[in-house]
Design a protein around this ligand. Sequence first.
Ligand code: COA
Length: 247
Amino acid sequence: MTVEIKQSPEGVLTLTLQRADKKNAISLAMYRQLTGALQQAERDAAIKVVVLQGSASCFSSGNDLQDFLSAGDLNANHPTVVFLYQLNAFSKPIIAAVAGLAIGIGTTALLHCDLVYAAPGCRFQMPFSQLGLCPEAASSLLLPQLVGYQRAAQYLLLGEAFNTAQAEAMGLVNQQVASEDLLAFVADKALQLAKLPAAAVQQSKALLRGKIKRQAEKVITVELEVFGALLQGETCQQQLRGFLTKK
Ligand code: COA
């Protein structure tokens, strides 16, 4: 199993990426598991909050690059595509616990989370240009909205990495939490949220995110068209092969 899915009696659904040998790169099977879990959480009134986490030392190295190499058509049924729309549409709160690496979708998924806590010294990076790709997960909308255009260009065009202190300063991360305390801290926050009146929490999220969510859905579609074309291009394919064969 590569995503561990655990539901607590208090209504917290914890999704833990567990693919340590590949730095928690997200495979197609993992996207399917994540989407299935979010759909289940959407249907089940007993689930109040979702926690998304990796290990205490690694969140995620992003999309599995081997899968990118053989991605084929990014149509509406592709597991990554289905996950992106589901994540954007999700109506209950999501809390992320980030440690170590948050690369590619490891960072852009955080733009859809309601609360993000991170260990000191994380590496956040969206190296889409370096790979011959473009932004995804509506990051071309959500990141400039969060950090301003020029800062977003620094991270999305240059693909520069940033650390936890910078992520906190820009508002992507709520708070830094020592690595050894991170998962327990986030579990406690999730419990706090799960104990609040569920309708009030969900309606509040809908008010906070409703408008941007509708815009983000359209942007995801536009991004995917460009992303899909770039992915098939020789530049991107060369970068991917280079990464996968460099060892
Ligand atoms: N997809 C598939 N495999 C990945 C991966 C990814 N996104 N990230 C890491 N891995 C694999 C490596 O190929 C390696 O596998 P191996 O042991 O079978 O050779 C293993 O995970 C460990 O990675 P390694 O590169 O040796 O670790 P590192 O600590 O030196 O570097 C990263 C970690 C994340 C900086 C580096 O692996 C990397 O740049 N990965 C790609 C990140 C990326 O571009 N993500 C997609 C963005 S859109």
